[in-house]
Design a protein around this ligand. Structure first.
Ligand code: NDP
Length: 323
C-alpha cells in the first residue's frame, strides 16, 4: 500500500484527503516511480476547484514530480530501475508511488537534485516556452511580468536577465518586489493600480512589446493597456479568476494587438519538445544562470496547507511536497 492525496469532490483545500491505495503496476510503455519530491503548482488549484475538469473522481492531483524508477513495464526502453527521473506535466503526482508513461519523463543530470527538479520542471519549462517560443524577446527589450516573485515569476526574472532583457515585475508587496529584484527584475511595480501610467513612465512612453499575464481576470485589460502598438498579450494563467468577455475590438482599438493563451501541455506534447525544454532548463541551472528558490516545503499529508498558502499569495518561489 502507498499514501496518496486524492480529490473526491471539487472544492476548497479541505477536499484533499490522504488515502492508502494498493501499489500500482506499470502497464505497457509505463514506469513505476517512487517519488522523492512533488511540485505544487497553481494549476493544481484550478483542478481542485473544478475550473479545469479532472478525467474522473476521485483523482490524485498534481502535475509535477521527481524520483527513482522502481520498475518498468513492457516495451520500455532506455530506462531501468534505479534511474533518477523527473516530469513537468502528468496528472497524478501527489503520491509516494505512481505509474507514468515512460515518454513523459526525462532523465535527471547527476548535479540536479530531486527537490530542485520538482520545483523547476513545470515552472522552468513554462519560462522556456514563454521566453523562447511564444515570443522570442531580443536583448535590450523591456517586458512586463506579473507575479514576478512567484514560482514561474522568479525563474522568469532570472532567465530574462540572462537573455539581456529588462524586466518590469509586478508584485503585491515591497518584500516580494525586493526578492524579484534580487532575481533579476530591473523595475518593480507594487500593486495593479494605474499600471499603464506607471509602465508609460518607465518606458518613456514607448510601452512594452510583450506582457506576460498569469493573473487573469483582475489584470487582463490593464495588461492590454501596457502594450505598444502591435504588441503581444500573453495570457497564460488565471490566478485571480478566468478571463471572460474579450472582444477582437479590444485588440484593434489599442493598436492592432496580438493575443495568445499558451499552455505548456501543448508546447511539450511531442517528446522532442519536452527534451529540448528540459535540456535548456538543466543547462541554465548547470551554468548557474538559474537558481531555483524553494520558498516552501510541506509533507505530502499537508498538501491542503500547501495549496492554501499558494492561493492566499503567501508564497514566494516554488512550493514542493516531500513524501
Ligand atoms: P505563483 O507562485 O506565481 O503564485 C501565484 C501568484 O499570483 C501569487 O503569489 C500572487 O503574487 C499572484 N496573484 C495575483 N493575483 C492573485 C489572486 N487574486 N489570487 C492569487 N494569486 C494572485 O504560482 P505558479 O508559479 O504555480 O504559477 C504562476 C502562474 O502561471 C499561474 O497563474 C499558473 O496558472 C500559470 N502557469 C501557466 C502555465 C501554462 O501552461 N499556461 C504553466 C505554469 C504556470 P502577488 O502576491 O505578487 O500578486
Amino acid at each position: 500500500m502507498y499514501r496518496a492525496v486524492r480529490i473526491h469532490d471539487y472544492g476548497g483545500p479541505e477536499v484533499l484527503t490522504l488515502d492508502m491505495l494498493p501499489d500500482p503496476v506499470p502497464g505497457r510503455g509505463e514506469i513505476l516511480l517512487r517519488q522523492e519530491a512533488i511540485g505544487v503548482n497553481f494549476i493544481d488549484i484550478y483542478f481542485r476547484k473544478g475550473i479545469y475538469k479532472l478525467p474522473s473522481l476521485p483523482a490524485v492531483p498534481g502535475m509535477e514530480g521527481a524520483g527513482v524508477v522502481e520498475a518498468v513495464g513492457a516495451d520500455v526502453t532506455g530506462l531501468a530501475p534505479g534511474d533518477r527521473v523527473a516530469y513537468p506535466s502528468a496528472l497524478g503526482s501527489y503520491a509516494e508511488l505512481r505509474t507514468i508513461a515512460a515518454d513523459r519523463v526525462v532523465t535527471l543530470p547527476p548535479d540536479i537534485g530531486f527537490d530542485t527538479a520538482a520545483a523547476a520542471m513545470l515552472r522552468g519549462l513554462t519560462v522556456h516556452m514563454l521566453l523562447q517560443e511564444v515570443y522570442q524577446a531580443k536583448a535590450g527589450e523591456t517586458i512586463l511580468v506579473h507575479a514576478a516573485a512567484g514560482g514561474v515569476g522568479l525563474l522568469m526574472c532570472q532567465w530574462a536577465r540572462h537573455l539581456g532583457l529588462r524586466v518590469i515585475g509586478v508584485v503585491s508587496s515591497e518584500d516580494k518586489g525586493e526578492l524579484a529584484r534580487q532575481n533579476g527584475a530591473a523595475e518593480i511595480l507594487v500593486g495593479h493600480d494605474n499600471l499603464a501610467a506607471r509602465v508609460r513612465k518607465l518606458t518613456d512612453g514607448a510601452m512594452v512589446p510583450v506582457v506576460y499575464d498569469s493573473v487573469g481576470k483582475e489584470t487582463f485589460v490593464a495588461s492590454l493597456d501596457c502594450l505598444a502598438p502591435r504588441g503581444l498579450m500573453v495570457s497564460y494563467g488565471n490566478a485571480s479568476g478566468e478571463v471572460t468577455g474579450i472582444s477582437a475590438g479590444m485588440l484593434a482599438t489599442r493598436g492592432s494587438l496580438y493575443l495568445t493563451r499558451p499552455t505548456l501541455a501543448t508546447y511539450i506534447a511531442q517528446r522532442p519538445a519536452l527534451l529540448k525544454g528540459a535540456a535548456a532548463l538543466f543547462d541554465m541551472i548547470g551554468q548557474g544562470a538559474l537558481a531555483v528558490r524553494i520558498g516552501q516545503r510541506f509533507a505530502l499529508a499537508e498538501a491542503a496547507a500547501a495549496q492554501q498558502a499558494l492561493e492566499a499569495r503567501a508564497t514566494t518561489g516554488s512550493t514542493i511536497l516531500v513524501p
